[in-house]
Design a protein around this ligand. Structure first.
Ligand code: DQA
Length: 147
């Protein structure tokens, strides 16, 4: 019997391409590429195809979400970065999807500045993972499968 591989897209928003160089006291020393490799390794048991996408541009993230509608995906994991606090447009795009969504934040945004306490995009999420650092993506993918 062949088991169908589940397909997940992981979207990372602005400045997450600068992990490793960016505020390492908050986000740690690993690059996004390191986190992708770590997550792929930690999720091997899930029998899942994991595709990674990063953009610093709100419109490019919205376009990628729209494109998902024409493709076959089982899950979306998204760390919208700062757009999480501001983007009604990304929230509206996420609401078009009918698959489970996990929103990830490496840091615990509630223990940071008050402007990080509002998470607009998380209104479209099934699961929210925050403060789990570099392991957040792997926890999110496992949680989506277990949901
Ligand atoms: C972040 C938290 C956001 O407030 C910030 O703007 C980021 C990263 C996180 O992963 O902790 O870019 O989404």
């Amino acid at each position: 019997m062949t088991v169908k591989k589940r397909k997940s897209l992981v979207i990372n928003g602005p400045n997450l391409n600068m992990l490793g160089k960016r505020e390492p006291e908050i986000y740690g020393p690993l690059t996004l590429k390191d986190i992708e490799t770590l997550t792929n390794d930690l999720c091997e048991h899930l029998s899942m195809d994991i595709t990674w996408f990063q953009s610093n541009h709100e419109g490019a993230i919205i376009d990628r979400i729209h494109k998902m509608k024409k493709e076959k995906w089982d899950y979306l994991v998204i760390n919208p970065g700062a757009f999480s606090h501001t983007s009604v447009a990304i929230l509206d795009a996420l609401k078009i999807l009918s698959i489970p969504i996990a929103e990830v934040h490496l840091s615990n945004t509630y223990s940071r500045e008050s402007f990080r306490h509002t998470l607009l995009t998380a209104q479209a999420a099934t699961i929210i993972m925050k403060g789990l650092g570099i392991y957040g993506y792997a926890f999110a993918l496992n949680a989506l499968v277990m949901k």
